[in-house]
Design a protein around this ligand. Structure first.
Ligand code: COA
Length: 161
């Protein structure tokens, strides 16, 4: 039986820290579905379609990774793609409480799906999408933190804002 894991997130935009997690997950599972949350309390800079496109472009070289988007509960989407696990990244202790709460609630909602936490390379510990957006907004070079296609999209987005 194929072991499939779902990696949900906002990905506004995808960073090299996310890709590090996807790389690790793709070596542990047969297939990874990276899924962009549509319904968010956040107001993303990039539309869902743009976030999906940037992920697809950034993940072209992974042959067992696909990208989609979802509305509603992450566990419902996990069931719909036959995932046995949800992947989440843990960058620092500060991530733990929120992630622990979410993992336990997801387990209560769907006992057949386990959350698997992976730690990115320590150089990505301080990285998140807000920092990347913020740097880019003020014209800083973010090429160290995101794929080229994302850097280009950030430059274009802020040029028209
Ligand atoms: N590298 C870099 N940044 C990372 C990272 C990594 N490895 N892992 C997480 N981050 C950053 C993200 O960039 C994001 O940064 P930002 O807030 O500055 O934009 C931040 O950490 C939050 O990460 P994300 O994984 O996008 O989590 P989220 O809390 O925004 O959304 C969902 C998580 C999509 C899973 C959640 O909203 C969800 O499940 N929604 C569906 C509703 C649901 O099922 N609810 C019940 C849950 S109990």
């Amino acid at each position: 039986m194929i072991k499939l894991a779902l990696y949900p997130g906002t990905f506004d935009p995808v960073t090299n820290g996310h890709i590090d997690i996807i790389q690790r997950a793709s070596e542990l599972f047969d297939k990874i579905v990276v899924t962009v949350a549509r319904n968010l309390s956040k107001t993303p800079l990039f539309t869902t379609e743009e976030r999906v496109f940037l992920l697809k472009e950034s993940l072209k070289n992974f042959n067992n990774v696909t990208v989609d988007s979802f509305d509603g509960l992450v566990v419902d989407h996990a069931h719909s793609v036959n995932a046995c696990a949800i992947i989440r990244g843990l960058r620092a202790v500060s991530d733990f409480e929120y992630e622990f709460q979410m993992a336990l609630m997801n387990r209560k909602l769907a006992a057949d799906i386990s959350t698997v936490f992976l730690m990115p390379n320590e150089k990505y510990t301080y990285l998140n999408s807000s920092i990347v957006r913020n740097l880019s907004q003020f014209g800083s070079d973010v090429s160290e933190f995101v794929p080229n296609v994302v850097q280009d999209a950030l430059i274009k987005k802020y040029a028209v804002k």
